[in-house]
Design a protein around this ligand. Structure first.
Ligand code: SF4
Ligand code: SF4
Length: 57
């Protein structure tokens, strides 16, 4: 399981990347989470100012 970033909501602020303990978040025009590295901790979702990050299904 891994968290996911909704590309329609991400504003590429970088806040999540700085808080991820696993280094699972990659920057870009919108940010993305590597599902093979994500620890499913939820920290990124709690700090995202736009609510772009949600748990995977
Ligand atoms: S859920 Fe945790 S490990 Fe996964 S991307 Fe977010 S902060 Fe990183
Ligand atoms: S904190 Fe939210 S808006 Fe900012 S880069 Fe991460 S997913 Fe995008």
């Amino acid at each position: 399981m891994a968290y996911k970033i909704n590309p329609d909501v991400c504003v590429a602020c970088g806040t999540c990347q700085g808080e991820c303990p696993a280094g699972a978040i990659n920057e870009g025009d919108v940010y993305s989470i590597d599902p093979n590295i994500c620890l499913d901790c939820g920290t990124c979702a709690s700090v995202c100012p736009t609510g772009a990050i949600e748990p995977g299904e």
